[in-house]
Design a protein around this ligand. Structure first.
Ligand code: NAG
Ligand code: NAG
Length: 212
């Protein structure tokens, strides 16, 4: 019995450690979010992400770009040491924005999240001192991914999301319609070879075919 629970404990540690780490796919940070590729088509990639812990903040706005800027500095403040332990926390990637599906000129709640480093995936992270900042977990999920270069803006995100959803609709793939994620991998100081992604969360078994 002791032996068995020890093994289960070890497996749990191994699986939680596998979600965030140092791999060749980390672009500018030492640690990044790890995933499994389920399949790749000419149009998109399907990935599986494990449940993982983030520090997040919500911002209500008409425009994603304004929400992103306000939210970014609030989270940057948390990792710079404005937390109950006064701890500085390493930047990780990607930075992820949950973008609600809204009509033109409709306010939406945008959620910006920084991935917590591996040590805080297993240990309790420092508590935020700003009450607009909170720690939360995303569930285990499969996502449809389409990448683009340049800057993540309201327009580039909307354009890429439109192309991805058109592709998914043409093959009858089911995904969450009320929001999507925008993932950014570069620091604002990086000017070239920037990498961004749109993630649509798959519902049910992911579809890996193309229409042609
Ligand atoms: C981990 O990250 C550091 C800093 O970016 C890098 O120098 C090192 O090579 C990485 N190690 C592995 C195993 O990828
Ligand atoms: C932040 O926004 C998300 C998405 O709309 C919502 O589910 C969550 O309850 C909000 N959390 C806080 C603390 O406002």
């Amino acid at each position: 019995m002791m032996c068995l629970s020890g093994l289960v404990g070890l497996l749990l540690v191994l699986t939680t450690e596998a979600t965030v780490g140092n791999s060749s796919s980390c672009i500018e940070t030492e640690e990044c979010l790890l995933f499994d590729v389920i399949c790749t088509t000419g149009d998109f990639e399907v990935r599986h992400y494990d449940s993982v812990k983030w520090v997040s903040t919500n911002e209500t706005s008409l425009l994603m770009d304004i929400a992103a800027m306000k939210a970014f500095w609030r989270l940057f403040d948390y990792i710079s040491g404005n937390n109950d332990k006064g701890k500085k926390i390493e930047m990780t990637s990607p930075v992820v924005m949950r973008i609600p599906q809204t009509d033109f000129f409709e306010y939406g709640v945008f959620t910006l999240s920084f991935l917590l480093p591996a040590e805080y995936q297993t240990d309790i992270p420092p508590n935020p001192t700003n009450n607009l900042v909170y720690i939360h977990d995303t569930p285990d999920m499969n996502v449809y991914v389409r990448s683009y270069s340049g800057w993540m803006t309201c327009l580039s995100d909307k354009y890429t999301k439109g192309r991805l959803s058109t592709d998914l609709d043409s093959i009858g793939a089911n995904y969450k319609k009320d929001f999507h994620y925008g993932a950014g991998y570069n620091s604002p100081k990086t000017l070239f070879n920037r990498h961004n992604e749109v993630w649509l969360v798959a519902e049910g078994e992911p579809v890996c075919s193309t229409s042609d």
